[in-house]
Design a protein around this ligand. Structure first.
Ligand SMILES: *[C@@H]1O[C@H](CO)[C@@H](O)[C@H](O)[C@H]1NC(C)=O
Ligand SMILES: *[C@@H]1O[C@H](CO)[C@@H](O)[C@H](O)[C@H]1NC(C)=O
Ligand SMILES: *[C@@H]1O[C@H](CO)[C@@H](O)[C@H](O)[C@H]1NC(C)=O
Ligand SMILES: *[C@@H]1O[C@H](CO)[C@@H](O)[C@H](O)[C@H]1NC(C)=O
Ligand SMILES: *[C@@H]1O[C@H](CO)[C@@H](O)[C@H](O)[C@H]1NC(C)=O
Ligand SMILES: *[C@@H]1O[C@H](CO)[C@@H](O)[C@H](O)[C@H]1NC(C)=O
Ligand SMILES: *[C@@H]1O[C@H](CO)[C@@H](O)[C@H](O)[C@H]1NC(C)=O
Ligand SMILES: *[C@@H]1O[C@H](CO)[C@@H](O)[C@H](O)[C@H]1NC(C)=O
Ligand SMILES: *[C@@H]1O[C@H](CO)[C@@H](O)[C@H](O)[C@H]1NC(C)=O
Length: 424
């Protein structure tokens, strides 16, 4: 359903009616011809949901239109904004999307140009128009895409909004409609945001957001507001991945990889920032950053963040990546220290086992050692020769172990030599 209103506006530019001065000579007579033109602009609008179609015309004859290049200057400004949009158009129509604006002021004028020189030879005055829509109770709408398939929109409800309204949100993308999956509510249980996930965004297609304000006392459909977004311009990237730091030739080198993205993943699209403790944040366009190592900075953290800048304008930075720590070569790190200690212990343990294997001391430990005072009768009853054999064996072993102690260093050397670790 479209309401059509046409507002004719007459602009008598010239009261100079002197048809006798008409001349075919452009050089001398053009001014007079032009002065004789009486421009009569007509400006009309058509409202189509959230779109307002502005149309205009003039009453130049076909002959005159062919004689000159006709262009229009359109200027419009939404209510309560300061930004005035100005365009030079050749067509006589402009679609203005209201989004969350409650109206605008527009004005249009006609300009005539000489076909050969492109010089402006005449222009009309402004034809003005004001379009007023019902009040809008929503402001500061902002939406972001994050983690590839997640979508987050938030908005504020104006204080003058009636108590009994509620906001509903849906979006259309690549011909599919998505209802809001989870509303964010304020203390008064009004929806002030919406979270959605698992939407596969197509970088080349628009996201059309539909925000509908319903009067809860009323079963009427409510008023819908629409805003379109280009996915890549509202994408908040995940932080860069695989961030690593290495010390190289007395300089610190930080490497990373770009995060996944819905649009072009060409490496020239990304702009990075590197933050190192106590240093100024630096912009980097490659996937690495190198800087000279300073003694003073004995422990610092490096973080990287990213946004798309070069092939797509995007103002939203990713979060900073998890910090990776850079250590001075001389700084003894607790982790490294404990790891070294652990290794040394393992090594010593290995040596001990090695030495023990060689001298069968393990067998002594594992072999059951009879206690002479225990069950003496049983022992006496047992085979005498067996008992003696065991006793002598035990004696032999004990002597070997005691003998092994002063000899240990020699044996260790042997072990080391065998395992090729001597020079450690
Ligand atoms: C344009 O309209 C005005 C006012 O109606 C009239 O005076 C003028 O002659 C018209 N001009 C042409 C070229 O039709
Ligand atoms: C916005 O502009 C309209 C028209 O210019 C005015 O009536 C209204 O009071 C303004 N609202 C605010 C919040 O400034
Ligand atoms: C919300 O929008 C209004 C005008 O549209 C602006 O004055 C205000 O600063 C914005 N508030 C926030 C938090 O962005
Ligand atoms: C990001 O998306 C992946 C896969 O869709 C999901 O497993 C992960 O939980 C998400 N991370 C956050 C922080 O939402
Ligand atoms: C959604 O966006 C708003 C505003 O940008 C933010 O405060 C909120 O934390 C975001 N929520 C999630 C889950 O990302
Ligand atoms: C916007 O959403 C409202 C409420 O869900 C619905 O009635 C309306 O048809 C939607 N508009 C479009 C263009 O889909
Ligand atoms: C119901 O909605 C209509 C049109 O939006 C409005 O004129 C009317 O006042 C509303 N009624 C109530 C009770 O709010
Ligand atoms: C990031 O590191 C993980 C694990 O180390 C590896 O599997 C993955 O391939 C790396 N990704 C890139 C883009 O290098
Ligand atoms: C270190 O610097 C020297 C000379 O400047 C160079 O030849 C060598 O390739 C560098 N090493 C590395 C790993 O960059």
């Amino acid at each position: 359903m479209a309401r059509v209103r046409v507002i004719p506006v007459m602009l008598i530019l010239s009261f100079f009616q002197c048809k006798t001065l008409f001349s075919t000579s452009l050089a001398s007579g053009q001014r007079d011809v032009v002065d004789a033109l009486v421009l009569h602009n007509i400006l009309g609008i058509t409202k189509h949901e959230s779109r307002v179609i502005l149309c205009w015309n003039n009453n130049l004859t076909k002959e005159e239109t062919e004689k000159y290049t006709v262009k229009y200057i359109l200027s419009y400004k939404f209510f309560n904004t300061t930004h005035e949009r100005k365009e030079r158009l050749q067509e006589k129509k402009k679609i203005i999307r209201l989004e969350l604006h409650s109206g605008f002021h527009a004005k249009v004028k006609t300009q005539l140009f000489a076909k050969d020189t492109e010089d402006i030879i005449k222009e009309s005055g402004w034809t003005e128009f004001t379009y007023k829509a019902p009040p809008v109770y929503i402001q500061n709408l902002s939406c972001i895409i994050y983690n590839i398939s997640f979508f987050n929109c938030t908005w504020h409800i104006k204080t003058e909004a009636p108590e009994d309204i509620q906001m509903f949100c849906s979006l259309r993308h690549v011909g599919k409609d998505f209802e809001c999956q989870q509303y964010i509510q304020n203390a008064r249980k009004k929806n002030i945001g919406c979270l959605m996930k698992e939407i596969s965004f197509q970088p080349s297609r628009k996201i059309n957001l539909n925000l509908t304000v319903r009067d809860l006392r009323n079963s009427s459909g409510g008023v819908s507001y629409y805003k379109a977004f280009t996915p890549q311009t509202i994408e908040k990237l995940n932080p860069p991945i695989n961030v690593s730091v290495s010390l190289e030739n007395r300089s610190i080198k930080i490497h990373w990889k770009p995060p996944p993205t819905i649009g072009s993943a060409s490496s020239k699209c990304f702009l990075y920032q590197v933050k190192i403790t106590d240093r100024k944040i630096v912009d980097v366009t490659s996937e690495k950053y190198k800087y000279p190592f300073h003694k003073s900075a004995n422990k610092c953290a490096a973080q990287v963040r990213v946004k798309k800048e070069i092939c797509m304008r995007n103002k939203i930075w990713s979060e900073w990546s998890e910090p990776v720590f850079i250590h001075d070569e001389n700084t003894v790190d607790v982790m490294v220290l404990s790891l070294t200690l652990f290794c040394v212990l393992i090594f010593l343990g290995g040596l001990l086992i090695c030495a023990c294997r060689r001298y069968r001391c393990l067998e002594v430990i594992t072999m059951p050692v009879p206690h002479p005072s225990d069950n003496i009768k049983t022992w006496l009853a047992a085979d005498e020769t067996h008992h003696q054999k065991q006793m002598s064996m035990q004696m032999e072993m004990n002597s070997e172990v005691t003998m092994g102690i002063p000899d240990e260093n020699v044996q260790q050397q042997k072990c080391l030599k065998e395992s090729g670790l001597e020079d450690l």
